[in-house]
Design a protein around this ligand. Sequence first.
Ligand SMILES: [Zn+2]
Length: 303
Amino acid sequence: MKGIPVPAAFIVLILWLLLSFPVIGQGFSSSDDTSRKVDSLIEIHRLNEQCLLINFGYDAVTAINTSKGIVVIDAGISSGLTARYRKIIENEFQGNDFAYVINTHGHPDHVGGNSVFPESGIIGHSNCAQEIAGQWKNPEKVIERLSRIVDQNEVQLLANKPGTLEWNESYTQKIRYLCAYQDAINSVPVRQPDSIFSDSLNLDLGNVRLEMFYFGKCHSSSDILIYVPEMKMLFIGDLFFKYGRPGISDSLMTEKDRWKQAIQWLENRTVHIEHIIGGHGQLLSINDLKDFNKNILRYCSIE
Ligand SMILES: [Zn+2]
């Protein structure tokens, strides 16, 4: 759209998107095909009696039912999709007392749905609010970027055969970014954490305790670990993936002393951990965790 003045370019873009994707401007209604398709691709996993993992492509939200209310870990990329996850959680747990949302870090695909829980406290590291504010410094750029990603996924979608895994992946990606785009053009505010900590935080929720620890700047500026001893469960956000592959941003390798403390914190708990949940719903093994610890210590020894 070179040469077209910016406001006109946006009008053209919005018109094009309205024509291309009927979901924009209408939201999702339970009667349309898109809505049904989206619902059919939302996966609900019961990790145990009290713990629910909801996935839509790379969107992942976990809910833990405690005697002091429901705790949601990460809130997905958008308010539109997360409103759907919220309904599923309410239905599964037969309740709607959402006590807290915890952000594993401040990236947009983990905090985009915070506003769907207006009654809950939002917990995160003290760098998280700053990180969110930084992402929204230039909303026009955000809108441009999101629309470009939607566009790329639409191209991918057309190249794939409907019903295949590749098609489903492109479809969920397109919908995720489309919903994030909708939030951006509608100026839906991203709620920032209002209960912040800089070192560690323990939460006693009656039948469940949560132990949180700041990892140090690594994948983002606000990565935290969340350990739930009663469930032998560890949440790691985007700190690592299969085979312990770390999600390090090179520009953020400035807190290696903190990394060493975090690895020690993890090693003190490793024998008690049975389930590791990544920030995009990936279920990881103890070996993945051990490999991650080794990889990080290797990074720490390189000055
Ligand atoms: Zn991330």
